[in-house]
Design a protein around this ligand. Structure first.
Ligand code: GLN
Length: 309
C-alpha cells in the first residue's frame, strides 16, 4: 500500500508546478479575484488520518458542493417524496441549462444541476423563514465537519444575487409549473447563500466523511444518515456530480464526486476515504481542471477507483 501522506504531498507539488490551470469563473464577479495559482488537497482515511497538501487551510467558495448537503437534508425531511419534484438522471447538459426544463414540465433532471438544487432548497425552506432555513443548512455543515467556525461569505452571496439572472429565470420557470412552493426570491436567497459557504479542503473532507463510512461519522460512530442513503447520494454524485463532465470524471477518476464553480471537488472513496481538492481554474464544463487531474493521480496511485477489480 503506497504511503498516503507521501502521495498527497507529491501530487500537491506536481500540481503547483503545472502551467495549465483552467479559467477562474467570472460570471459571479466576486469569484473572479481568486488566485488561479492556488491548489489544496486533503484526504481523510478510514482511521481518521489526515493527509494534507498545498493550500489545505485556505477557505474557498464551495458553491455547488453545498448541493450534496442540501440533498442530504432534504432527503431527511421528505424521504422519497423528494423525487416527485426532482429527477435523478444525468442531464448531459450544462449546470445552468434551461432547455430540458420545458420538455420535462419544470421537473429538473437531478438535484445537482442548478434548477434541481433550487427545487431542493425550496423544499428545505418550506415551513421556515429564509434565515432559519439557511441557519439549518449552515449548522448541518458545521456539525458534520465538526467545526463551528464555518461561515457564509456574504460578499459572494451578494455578488451572485446581483448577477444571478440565469438562476432567477430557472426559478421563475419552475414556479410557473408549480414546482416551487415558496416566493422565488426567498428560495433564491437561501440558494445563493448556501452556495456562498466558505470552507477549506480540510473542513470539506471532514464534512464528507459520512459518505465514505456508510452514513456514519467515523470519529464518533454516530449515524448521520442510513447506509442505504449514503450509498444513494454517492450514486447520484457519480452520475450527476460533474454535470456534462460526469462521464469523463467517472472514466478518469472512478469515484463519486461533486464539483463547484469555486474550483472545489468533494470526492468519496467508499469505505476508504473522504477527499477534498481545490484549484480555482475550471474546464469547459465548469469543473476544476487541476482538481480532476489531481484526483485522477490520487486514485491511480492509491488504487481507489470504485471500478478496480
Ligand atoms: N452558485 C452557482 C450558480 O448557481 C453554483 C454553480 C456551480 O457551482 N456549478 O451558478
Amino acid at each position: 500500500m503506497p504511503d498516503l501522506a507521501r502521495v498527497v504531498s507529491e501530487i500537491a507539488e506536481e500540481m503547483r508546478q503545472r502551467p495549465d490551470r483552467g479559467k477562474v469563473a467570472t460570471y459571479i464577479p466576486e469569484l473572479a479575484h481568486v488566485d488561479p495559482g492556488a491548489f489544496g488537497l486533503v484526504v481523510i482515511d478510514n482511521e481518521g488520518n489526515v493527509a494534507a497538501g498545498g493550500d489545505a487551510d485556505m477557505p474557498f467558495s464551495i458553491q455547488s458542493i453545498s448541493k450534496v448537503f442540501t440533498l442530504t437534508l432534504a432527503l431527511g425531511k421528505a424521504g422519497d417524496r423528494l423525487w416527485a419534484r426532482v429527477g435523478r438522471e444525468p442531464s448531459g447538459s450544462a449546470f445552468n441549462s434551461i432547455v430540458q426544463l420545458e420538455h420535462e414540465r419544470g421537473i429538473p433532471r437531478n438535484p445537482f444541476i442548478n434548477a434541481g438544487a433550487i427545487a431542493v432548497t425550496d423544499l428545505i425552506l418550506s415551513g421556515h423563514q429564509p434565515r432559519e432555513a439557511l441557519g439549518e443548512i449552515l449548522r448541518f455543515m458545521q456539525f458534520i465537519a465538526d467545526d463551528s467556525t464555518i461561515t457564509i461569505d456574504e460578499g459572494v452571496a451578494a455578488s451572485e444575487k446581483r448577477t444571478g439572472f440565469r438562476n432567477i429565470a430557472l426559478a421563475n420557470y419552475m414556479k410557473s409549473f408549480g414546482v416551487l412552493d415558496n416566493p422565488v426570491d426567498y428560495t433564491l436567497g437561501v440558494y445563493f447563500h448556501h452556495c456562498a459557504i466558505a470552507m477549506t479542503c480540510r473542513q470539506l473532507a471532514m464534512a464528507g466523511r459520512f459518505l465514505a463510512h456508510h452514513g456514519r461519522n467515523p470519529a464518533t460512530g454516530l449515524p448521520i444518515v442510513q447506509p442505504e442513503r449514503a450509498r444513494r447520494i454517492n450514486a447520484i454524485m457519480l452520475t450527476c456530480g460533474h454535470y456534462d463532465g460526469s462521464g469523463e470524471f467517472a472514466y478518469r477518476v472512478g469515484l463519486p464526486g461533486k464539483s463547484g464553480v469555486g474550483g472545489g471537488i468533494l470526492a468519496v472513496a467508499p469505505g476508504k476515504a473522504s477527499i477534498a481538492v481545490w484549484s480555482p481554474g475550471l474546464d469547459e464544463s465548469g469543473n476544476s481542471h487541476l482538481g480532476r487531474i489531481a484526483l485522477e493521480a490520487l486514485t491511480k496511485r492509491m488504487g481507489w477507483s470504485i471500478f478496480a477489480a
